[in-house]
Design a protein around this ligand. Sequence first.
Ligand code: NAD
Length: 488
Amino acid sequence: MNARETTLLEALPTGLYIDGKWVDGADGTFDVHDPATGEVLARVADASAQDGLRALDAAAAAQRSWARTPPRERGEVLRRTWQLLEDRAEDFALLMTLEMGKPIAESRAEVAYGGEFLRWFAEEAVRISGRYGPAPEGRGLMTVSHRPVGPCYLVTPWNFPLAMATRKIAPAVAAGCTAVVKPAELTPLTTLALIDLLTEAGLPPGVVNVVTTSRPEPLSDALLADRRLRKLSFTGSTRVGVSLLRKAAGNVLRTSMELGGNAPFVVFEDADLDRAVDGAVLAKFRNIGQACTAANRFLVHRSVADEFVARLTDRVAALTVGRGTEDGVEIGPLVSDRAVEGSARLVGDAVARGAVVRTGGRAPAGPGHYFEPTLLDGVTAEMAVSAEEIFAPIVGVQRFDTEDEAVALANATDFGLVGYVFTRDAQRGARMMELIETGMLGLNVGAVSNAAAPFGGVKQSGLGREGGAEGIGEYLETTYTLTPSPFG
Ligand code: NAD
């Protein structure tokens, strides 16, 4: 670690943030590591289930006054937080690269993207509205209005430490909800730094509380069983999401679930191949392949497949691997040793079933959890690399012959987060918008995320939407009042 990194880390808060105060965790501390070197970056407070309930005490106590705080004031807190984040963008970018491993250029992009949720929901806070009108039979007047859901439990994953936090915290705060936030144990530092900005921006005590823990299950169980909690918003794997949904059912909680993906990336025979190859690099290798939106299955028309594979192989082989803090690095380490083992297993399974490694395929010697950018050709739907969410820099290319076959392959999964389609034919593009079973579609582009758009999936990729005009609705209840007609 260099002097700048050490200074940044030394200035970080490492406690639990409950009711506006930094406090210790009942279970001591746990270590946060740099995945590029294995070094310990920080020791953060380890919350017990009891600590989680204390955070909920604070959130529940602050709920009423926060809900009554004028929307403009709630929005201004978010707007000031966005400005502070902009001012400290370089520190946040470095912190994310240190704890998660992504290249510094991508961390800078995440600061901009994550910040946009603060700015977007600052603007949405003042647009919460309702409607008023006559009952159809004329006997009364109907008023429909919205109010905050109440205290929320916000659970985030490790792969986008800032954006996944702001995508939940900003709409909750804008809507007038209070929250207990639980960041992933692999990357809690960015959320702790973010809470400092929210506080500096004037967020009152108790509105947002943060608990870090190495044992998320007992803490989550305690919160989900507590009747004061009214909402769960979770981003993470489908496996954990399903188990939390079951528990949330016990108290009939509102839920927003952003779960796993298995995105198809379809290249038709009429595609602009330059655009498709650029899109493939972006859709697969952003975040070292560790994105829920990562292209997981490359489905390429047989007539252009050899050329697509040749061009993409050259690009993949040229990617620079290294510690994300170094200039020019495009692929950082994976988040853990387990992720490296999983990648080797996927490549081994594909090769054993007949796939060919065009480039990469191995884990270089440590330190750090690296895996070579890899392209597998001759992949089939039965291989684990097609069936599972890869979460690593591995491309697997399958060939198809007809549009119907491409659509059937694209939809042959329980997931439905995002799809990518490359075609120059506008009619075909419009058909794909109708036929591909995903919540989002990139048509001739390799990235779709935008704070102004409703992000989310269908099927086992989730419930609800984050961002866009829809995002704040996840934190609002709809209420309806009937009054007698003023005309008797
Ligand atoms: P994960 O499910 O292991 O963990 C997510 C969060 O859940 C973490 O905060 C973790 O501490 C917590 N958690 C883990 N086990 C738990 C348990 N038993 N009880 C309660 N909480 C528990 O997922 P991950 O590895 O952090 O993230 C990767 C996954 O997230 C991928 O599947 C990816 O597709 C998904 N993801 C989805 C989106 C989206 O918007 N759809 C965005 C990013 C990541």
